[in-house]
Every structure is written in structure tokens, then in C-alpha cells.
Write a protein that binds this ligand. Structure first.
Ligand code: 9WN
Length: 410
């Protein structure tokens, strides 16, 4: 218990609250992000559950007719972020991006509901069809033999992970108009993706926008289609939680059961025998990424209790003072301060620990919780942290770090 940090965390949520939705942090990310909002809701739930439900409902107000829930909703244009709504050209009910983000929503909607069923029932009843439509969108447009792909690195939320290095090397970003990044006006360059990556991020956005965000076209033609543990394990878990809610509310369950069986089997496609670990599979080249990331350790969260990742977990734990690093420190691509190529992310730790706990590794889950709490107490409410010493990196006064502190790590 640390009352000063609790108060600071609550003040960060209040400061980032824009009325019905929360920005990840002012300046660097001035809009509503998909999975950030779900974590924000869990932080609000510690003192204001009605506000938590409002956060989620605002997110779903941006759901597209095809079921997709965008990764960014541009409620109010703010030039401090690039690329904005004009570059994305989203085709939903609100100005938005054209891709999605990890579907942690169903899992935390279930948690919120369990906290107060009387308050949550009406919200859950309305959200079940929306969640089902969204999950169906993933299965239809991102499914590859039960593994779940992304059409853009931003969709995984792990923007510049080394997993994208090989698929990006095959992309020539022709025709991207000159642009000016804003992220490096807020955060030092060494903690952000390189220009090489930004060129390719924007190239993929351009392809999507030019197709009118036609998913059939993107699935068939995009040079970037990578099956990823973040999406696969998170959607697998989300479907289990959606199924539990559907049963309780008398909603149809057959389709969801089918998805669970399909992804449960398809997850094996992400197993890379060469490194003995889950990693990414580039559908276009057929090659595995060969990198163990923090997403590799979401297998327990996904409900795969095979323990094949346990030895890696123990090994990596011994390499850094704070875990879980976003890339294996034993891999040559590891960069301890550069965004998703090494730093620790508190909300990823929460997901990993949830899975460890459920798989019977409560001691490891608790150790990770304490380690994460110490990291936040050391470095403050930063976007991410240097695994070597917990020094803060990226944005400050960060919503999901504050929320994870309140809901789990404190
Ligand atoms: C692009 C908001 C988001 C997170 C992502 C994180 C970062 C955006 C960016 O910030 O991505 O979506 O511009 O760098 O990688 O996980 O949701 O916090």
C-alpha cells in the first residue's frame, strides 16, 4: 500500500479524462486508444465503476459496420499527434483509424461485471452482440488456420518489435508523401521507432486507405500479414470470457465455441521449434520471427497450460532487474530503451501474471506483481521502463500505468 502513489495514479486518470474517454497521455497520444481504454476502465473501476463502463461504451460507439473496433478514435482533432484522421480516412461512424488493437475488452468487461453484477448487467447485455461482431471480424479477416494475424504492426500494440524486421525488409515504401513526425517532439528519438519503420507504417496505412479499408483486398494483397501471439492469445482468452458471459445472459454460444476450438488449435502455428518458443509467423514468407517477446508469454493468459514457455520465463527473469522485457535480452535486436524492442510494459506484465496465476504458477505471478509495483514506485507512471534499472521511458503521466497500479500492482 502506498497512498501517495495511489493518489497520484488517480490524479493521472482524472487529468487524462476527456469526458467519457481517456487519452493515454496528453500531447504524445491525445486521442482514445482501444486497449488503453480498457485498462483505463479497470483503473477507474477502483473508485468509480460507472465511469469505467462509460469508457468502454465510448470505445464501442466507434465500432464499424463490419464489426471492427478501431485502434484510435479521433474524437477531437489535435495536431500534437501524427498520423491524424485525414491520413487514416477511416470509414466508421466516428473519425478513426482503419485497424484494430488487441481485444482485451471481453476479458475485462467480464471482470467488471463480476465486481458488481447489478450495475454491470445492462451494460453486458448491450455489449455481448458488439463483442461478438468484433471477434467475428478478427476470425473472418485476420484468421489464418486458427492463428490470428495483423495487417499493421500498430494493430498488435507492439509497434516496433523485432518481430516485424523481416516482413518490413520485404517492403519498399513507395509513394508515401512527405510527412512530419510529432512523436519525437514529445519523446527522445532513442526511445521511439526509427524513420525506417515510420515510412513502412505510413505505407501500410496508405494501402489500406486507398482500398477504402476493404478487408478482402487487404487480406489478399497487403505485403504485411503476420500471425502474432498478442492477437492470437488475447483473442483466444477473450472468446472464453465472451462465452461465459453469453452463457450467463442466454446469448448464442455455438459460434464462440467454434472460435475457441479453432484458435486453440491454430495457436500451435506460432510455435517455433527452432527456438522452442511461441513467436510470430509471417504468412507471406512462411518464416517465423525467431524472437521471444513479452507477447510470447501470453500463452498462459490464452489458456494454453502447456508450460513450454516456463524455462524461457525463468531464464529471462534472471537477465534483467525488472521484467518482462518486450524482447529477449539474449537476442541481438534487444535495445533496452527503444519502445517495444526491450523495455518493460506494466500492462503486459498484468496479462502475463493473470495467465501464470491461472496456470498454477501463483508464486511467479506474485513475484511479477511485486516486481512491477517496485518498478513503478522507482520510475513513476511512465509509458514503459528500462529493464536494467526501472528508469522511466516514453510518455509520462501515463493512463495505463496508473490504471495497472490501482487495479493490480499496488
Ligand atoms: C500507435 C497508446 C498507444 C498504445 C500502443 C503503443 C503506442 C501508437 C504510437 O501508443 O502506439 O498506435 O503512435 O506509437 O505502441 O500499444 O496503444 O498508448
Amino acid at each position: 500500500m502506498n497512498l501517495a502513489l495511489d493518489n497520484e495514479a488517480r490524479a493521472i486518470l482524472a487529468g487524462n479524462d476527456r469526458g467519457g474517454y481517456t487519452v493515454p497521455t496528453a500531447g504524445l497520444y491525445p486521442y482514445q486508444w482501444n486497449w488503453d481504454s480498457i485498462f483505463a476502465a479497470m483503473g477507474f473501476a477502483e473508485h468509480d465503476r460507472a465511469r469505467a463502463w462509460a469508457e468502454i461504451e465510448t470505445l464501442f460507439s466507434g465500432q464499424w459496420p463490419n464489426g471492427m473496433v478501431p485502434h484510435i478514435l479521433f474524437h477531437k482533432v489535435d495536431p500534437s499527434y501524427f498520423p491524424g484522421p485525414d491520413i487514416w480516412g477511416g470509414v466508421g461512424p466516428l473519425p478513426s483509424s482503419g485497424i484494430s488493437q488487441p481485444p482485451v475488452a471481453a476479458t475485462f468487461i467480464r471482470c467488471l461485471y463480476e465486481q458488481d453484477k447489478a450495475l454491470g448487467a445492462a451494460h453486458v447485455r448491450a455489449l455481448i452482440p458488439r463483442l461478438t461482431d468484433w471477434h467475428r471480424w478478427f476470425i473472418t479477416w485476420r484468421g489464418e488456420g486458427g492463428a490470428i494475424c495483423v495487417s499493421h504492426p500498430w494493430e498488435t500494440g507492439r509497434d516496433n518489435a523485432p518481430d516485424w524486421d523481416a516482413p518490413f525488409a520485404a517492403i519498399e515504401p513507395v509513394g508515401v508523401e512527405e510527412y512530419r513526425r510529432r512523436d519525437t517532439t514529445h519523446v527522445v528519438e532513442d526511445e521511439r521507432p526509427r524513420s525506417y519503420e515510420y515510412d513502412r507504417y505510413l505505407y501500410l496505412v496508405k494501402l489500406g486507405r486507398e482500398s477504402g479499408w476493404d478487408e478482402a483486398h487487404i487480406k489478399a494483397d497487403s505485403p504485411f500479414r503476420v500471425a502474432d501471439p498478442t492477437m492470437t492469445f488475447i483473442l483466444l482468452r477473450a472468446n472464453r470470457d465472451l462465452l461465459a458471459l453469453a452463457r450467463e445472459f442466454g446469448a448464442p454460444t455455438d459460434e464462440i465455441e467454434g472460435w475457441i476450438a479453432a484458435i486453440g488449435a491454430g495457436a500451435e502455428r506460432l510455435w517455433n521449434p527452432e527456438i522452442g518458443a511461441y513467436d510470430c509467423l509471417d504468412i507471406r514468407s512462411g518464416q517465423h520471427s525467431g524472437v521471444i517477446s513479452n507477447a510470447s508469454f501470453l500463452s498462459w493468459y490464452g489458456g494454453l497450460h502447456d508450460d513450454r514457455m516456463l524455462a524461457h520465463f525463468e531464464r529471462i527473469r534472471g537477465l534483467t532487474r525488472f521484467g518482462v522485457p518486450s524482447a529477449d535480452p539474449g537476442h541481438p535486436a534487444y535495445e533496452p530503451r527503444r519502445y517495444w524492442r526491450g523495455p518493460v510494459w506494466a500492462m503486459m506484465n498484468w496479462l502475463i501474471a493473470m495467465g501464470l496465476d491461472e496456470a498454477g504458477h501463483g508464486d511467479l505471478a506474485e513475484a511479477l506483481r511485486l516486481n512491477t509495483g517496485e518498478m513503478i514506485a522507482t520510475g513513476g507512471f511512465a509509458e514503459y521502463f528500462d529493464p536494467r534499472d526501472g528508469t522511466p521511458a516514453g510518455g509520462r503521466n501515463f493512463t495505463w500505468t496508473a490504471a495497472v497500479w490501482l487495479a493490480w500492482a499496488s
